[in-house]
Design a protein around this ligand. Structure first.
Ligand SMILES: [Zn+2]
Length: 234
């Protein structure tokens, strides 16, 4: 129905780096602090279709557990957020205001270019929780999904007249992070199962009852068991 979600376009750049925390004071005197971020200094990047090209990208993201892994993920697939797409040398920070009907300012938000590492790692952990709860058929899954619904919407919906189909409906996520969450929810709703590897705990798609994500993990696990058995003199 919403197959145009696959046509979500994102950008990846040739170069990223990690920058230290910073802080800014907004027009209203409010102080904003930002932790370590992954930024791009590249002038431009290559556009591609992440969801079409990588149908399991949500699982790759859910396996991101460290700053280094996140940095590699961004290097491969592009930044996760809008702020991550913003070139860092252009603006040290930028603001956005929510205005009332009469033009009075209701709230002001300060952004800095770059993906905030803490926030992105939390989002990856959240995706992993959902997949684990789903694998275990845990009742906590419902609560997590509900929490997602009350947070900000994951996408806009476009309805267009189409000369061939009559009408065209498409979901339009605003950034790769939201697109990945939609991909994850779509995979769950289609009954795609994800399991945690017995050896390394990475999430993977199980074929014919496999317990390990790779042959290497299977070997590692068996070797470790053998070592323990030898030590016990069994
Ligand atoms: Zn493994």
């Amino acid at each position: 129905m919403f197959n145009r979600l696959l046509e979500f376009v994102w950008t990846r750049h040739s170069h990223y780096e990690i920058v230290e925390p910073c802080g800014f004071t907004g027009d209203d005197g409010k102080r904003w602090e930002f932790g370590r971020r992954i930024i791009t200094t590249a002038e431009s990047g290559d556009e591609y279709y992440p969801l079409k090209r990588y149908p399991d990208l949500y699982r790759v993201f859910a396996n991101v557990k460290s700053e280094q892994a996140l940095f590699e993920f961004v290097g491969h697939y592009g930044p996760l957020t809008d702020e991550g797409l913003t070139r860092s040398s252009a603006k040290p920070h930028f603001t956005s205001s929510v205005l009332l009907m009469n033009g009075r300012k209701l709230a002001e938000f300060v952004y800095v270019p770059g993906d905030q590492i803490d926030r992105c790692l939390k989002e990856a952990a959240w995706c992993a929780h959902i997949l684990r709860y789903h694998a275990k058929k845990s009742p906590q899954l419902q609560a997590l999904i509900q929490e997602l619904g009350v947070k900000s919407p994951l996408c806009a919906m476009d309805i267009e007249a189409d000369p061939v189909d009559g009408v065209r409906m498409s979901l339009r996520p605003k950034c790769l992070l939201d697109a990945l969450k939609l991909q994850l929810l779509d995979s769950i709703s289609r009954g795609v199962n994800t399991f945690a590897c017995d050896a390394c705990d990475n999430l993977f798609s199980r074929k014919s009852g496999a317990k390990y994500c790779s042959d290497k993990c299977k070997d590692d696990y068996n070797n470790a068991r053998r070592r323990v058995a030898n030590r016990k003199g069994l």
